[in-house]
Design a protein around this ligand. Structure first.
Ligand code: GLN
Length: 203
């Protein structure tokens, strides 16, 4: 399984380490030519959403990335990645078009300046035990559309969700020594790879 990691800015190295520990092969997307490599999934890391978005457009990656995700390429967006995948944003700042493939309404920097960064341990659907969650100037999801499954809520705010092949967290699971959420993503990717294989055989 090959997982591409958008590596234009932000916390991408940490995702690679965890995914490799879980047996996936990873590679970095830094320019348009990297996108041509065969891949089974994409990670959009945390960082600064306005910077990542600007670079996606300037490097001519935006359309290919959006098309692939809209076409079903599994994607895991953390923090800024969640913002880029959000169909609606309550407080946008970038003039650039977002990827917008996930039916969620998001509030950027939702915890204000003082509470911008915090750590908590909280329940996550299916984990069976509370997970560590590091929030760094994080967004939260204000509203989800039909077909979006809420995976975690902290203090009444949605902080993790899934819609089909798209998984998002407002916090940074790659910064803690806990692999549950990355394993969930790897399982999603495995399922998508085997269902693709099934439909190829049927051709
Ligand atoms: N506040 C950042 C933004 O708006 C997101 C922070 C993060 O990814 N840790 O893009």
């Amino acid at each position: 399984m090959k997982i591409a990691i958008l590596s234009l800015q932000g916390a991408f190295i940490e995702h690679a380490r965890i995914l490799q520990r879980l047996g996936a092969e990873t590679f970095e997307i830094r320019q348009a030519s990297d996108w041509d490599r065969q891949k089974d999934a994409l990670v959009i890391p945390g960082g600064e959403s306005t910077v990542i978005l600007k670079l996606l457009h300037e490097l001519n990656l935006f359309q290919s990335v959006r098309r692939a995700i809209a076409g079903g390429l599994p994607v895991f967006g953390t923090c800024a990645g969640l913002i880029l995948l959000s169909r609606h944003l309550l407080n946008p700042r970038s003039p650039y078009e977002r990827i917008g493939t996930m039916d969620i309404t998001t509030c950027r920097n939702a915890y204000g300046r003082q509470l911008g960064s915090f750590f908590t341990v909280h329940d996550f659907k299916g984990a069976g035990h509370p997970l560590p969650m590091s929030f760094i100037r994080a967004p939260y999801i204000e509203k989800v559309g039909d077909g979006v499954e809420v995976l975690a809520e902290v203090d009444g705010h949605i902080v993790a969700a899934r819609q089909g092949n798209q998984l998002v967290t407002a916090f940074h699971p790659e910064l803690n020594d806990e692999t549950f959420i990355h394993q969930l993503f790897v399982d999603m990717v495995r399922e998508s790879v085997s269902s693709k294989r099934g439909s190829d055989i049927g051709k």
